[in-house]
Design a protein around this ligand. Sequence first.
Ligand code: ATP
Length: 253
Amino acid sequence: MNTPLILQVNRLHKNYGATPVLRGINLDVRAGELISVIGPSGSGKSTLLRCCNRMEEASGGEILVEGHDISHARGKTLNQLRLRLGMVFQSFNLYPHLTVKGNVTLALRKVKKFDATSADQLALAALECVGMAHKADARPSQLSGGQQQRVGIARAIALEPAMILFDEPTSALDPEMVDGVLEVMRELRASGMTMMVVTHEMSFAQAASDRVIFMDQGVIVEQGTPAQIFGAPTQPRTAAFISRSAQRAGALS
Ligand SMILES: Nc1ncnc2c1ncn2[C@@H]1O[C@H](COP(=O)(O)OP(=O)(O)OP(=O)(O)O)[C@@H](O)[C@H]1O
């Protein structure tokens, strides 16, 4: 039996001015899936992610979160649906004046209205999940980039979302920090979290995803298992991208 649908994207269009950036995206995400979105720079990957939680307004189409239409929701309903989609950013977006724990409890207190004790407990549990509980009282500036990103992930987990959207979570990190963050994401996957990850880390997409989506010029060109997309792509554009990425990785190693 299929697991429940967490996210449905139907005929999604996005224009910036007269320029179409997303051109009719259709996509279903089921509970427990880890989906990697790959594709050339400018293909619309981040825009797709940002339209899902209405950080960007779509120009057309519909997005359902656990069956509820977020694309036309307003006010309290919109806020509640947004909370179901956690977001992890490339640039961490932690508040520098708050401690690690303060960053994680902020939305729990302000948005979810938890009392201080409950918010602290949830925050410490989330920090434990990403191996950062021992830094609960540190400031973000005292942490490495990889540690800051793990706090960003803890902040998302603490809100108990139905799904987490990751927008290039390792792109701003020094190479030696990347593996620790990818490991936390693998553990989250193993714990059953539903995840959609825009990534340039091809080895992660290949090894950790249930499904890989290849985008180019605002459309999904092809999607399939990592074995299909990386081993036997059916579309010439996918094959060319995979081959270029492999060459680049070879040149770097
Ligand atoms: N706020 C904006 N205003 C105008 N154009 C934008 C805006 N945001 C993105 N774009 C354009 O939309 C296109 C898709 O951008 P997007 O960031 O979604 O691509 P991407 O596939 O995530 O690229 P990358 O891998 O480089 O991050 C690009 O041509 C980009 O310049």
